[in-house]
Design a binder for this molecule. Structure first.
Ligand code: SF4
Ligand code: SF4
Length: 383
């Protein structure tokens, strides 16, 4: 379908409004999915000029896509906002407010993995020395993150996608993934420092070269396991992004790690004690990949799960959103923290399968861990 046809699928019913975090916070129609679709329609038809107000209404969208499953008309909101962000990012009137120069520079570094590792270490030291402003705090980052994951086979049963920032900030989760995969008797390959381009796409920048590089890093037909919800959603969308048979075939190999693990997890040994864990659904797992059920299937044999009663409302992390829209991001996070504290004590572990949500919630003082880290830890205490 064309963009105009996609835009016209919205019938203006408003059923998506309660599922939109920015509408819930602001109460403003222009900051709701319906309001943004109306603005996008006007921009496409040329009936309004792109200016700072238009950019503000669209750039405050977290791109959580909580509005998509709520929409009875099947409006492909994610596709619409990605298309519109590309337009804003290349429009000289608003390009700098949409993707500021510092963000373009930062995103330009992501494909250079050594630089990402060095930069992350500098940031981690600066954070420990309290040199990072509180509003920019990314949450705890390790100064040392141990050796990089090494493949166990050149013809692996599965690939583990390690990504860019996650490999620098949460390499322990890759080790946990590898440990579980090996415990299940499977060999694995490693993607290396390939950056999937999810953050670039989110910002409205061209990520096709990165997609090609990522595809080349994991050849063959073996399944590709991804332990970052945002990266997994991006890899699964390469067929649409590149519009080629090769990319479509690649995307069919991509699985969130929990989708691969769920039918196998029952053979892992059970822990000697069960802790309580709150499950937080990353938007790109729940609303985009719709794989949040697999996280529960994977965790349930090892811990007692506590559900948050907020219909999976976004926590406000959203790629670089917390840096670009810190006030809105903090408000969304406050709602999430309140929803967590309504069902569990402050010290209860929270499980989150996306590095961005994990860091964002840790910066608020919560004890947040990746589900595969929780499962790997139980292997140490198993019977
Ligand atoms: S993607 Fe999220 S923030 Fe954006 S309009 Fe939809 S629900 Fe609201
Ligand atoms: S996006 Fe869907 S739910 Fe929201 S107003 Fe349009 S048709 Fe209704």
């Amino acid at each position: 379908m064309s963009i105009d046809e996609d835009l016209n699928t919205c019938v203006g019913c408003g059923l998506c409004l309660p599922h939109c975090p920015t509408f819930r916070i602001s109460g403003e129609e222009a900051l709701s999915p319906r309001g943004r679709i109306a603005i996008m329609r006007s921009v496409e038809s040329g009936s309004i000029a792109v200016d700072d107000d238009v950019a503000h209404f669209l750039n405050t969208c977290i791109q959580c896509r909580g509005c998509e499953p709520a929409c009875p008309s099947g409006v492909p909101y994610g596709r619409l906002i990605e298309h519109t962000k590309q337009r804003l990012a290349t429009d000289p009137r608003v390009a700098n407010s949409t993707v500021p120069r510092w963000l373009r520079l930062g995103l330009g570094v992501l494909p250079r993995h050594r630089l990402v590792l060095v930069g992350s270490r500098v940031l981690a030291v600066a954070r420990r020395m309290h040199l990072v402003p509180r509003r920019l705090d990314p949450g705890p980052i390790p100064v040392r993150n141990g050796p990089a994951l090494r493949a166990t086979s050149t013809t692996p049963d599965v690939w583990i996608f390690t990504g860019c920032v996650m490999d620098a900030w949460q390499r322990r989760t890759h080790r946990s993934t590898a440990r579980i995969v090996s415990s299940l008797g499977a060999s694995f390959g490693v993607s290396g420092g390939a950056c999937c381009g999810a953050l670039h796409t989110h910002a409205g920048l061209d990520s096709r070269d990165l997609a090609h590089r990522t595809m080349r890093s994991m050849p063959g037909n073996a399944p590709i396991l991804v332990n970052s919800a945002g990266c997994g959603a991006a890899l699964k969308d390469y067929g649409h992004l590149l519009d080629s048979d090769e990319a479509r075939a690649f995307s069919t190999r991509v699985l969130d790690v929990h989708e691969w693990l769920a039918p196998r997890v029952h053979v892992l040994p059970r822990p000697t004690r069960r802790d309580q864990v709150v499950v937080q659904d990353p938007c790109h797992l729940r609303h985009v990949q719709r794989a949040h059920g697999a996280v529960r299937e994977c965790l349930a044999p090892f811990v007692d799960l506590i559900e948050i009663a907020d219909d999976g409302l976004c926590c406000g992390a959203g790629g670089a959103y917390a840096l670009l829209q810190p006030t809105m991001a903090r408000e969304a996070r406050s709602h999430k923290v309140a929803a967590i504290e309504a069902v569990a004590g402050r010290g209860t572990v929270v499980a989150s399968a996306n590095p961005g949500c994990l860091q964002h919630l840790m910066a608020a003082g919560l004890d947040v861990r990746h589900p595969v880290d929780i499962i790997a830890a139980t292997l140490d205490s198993s019977t």
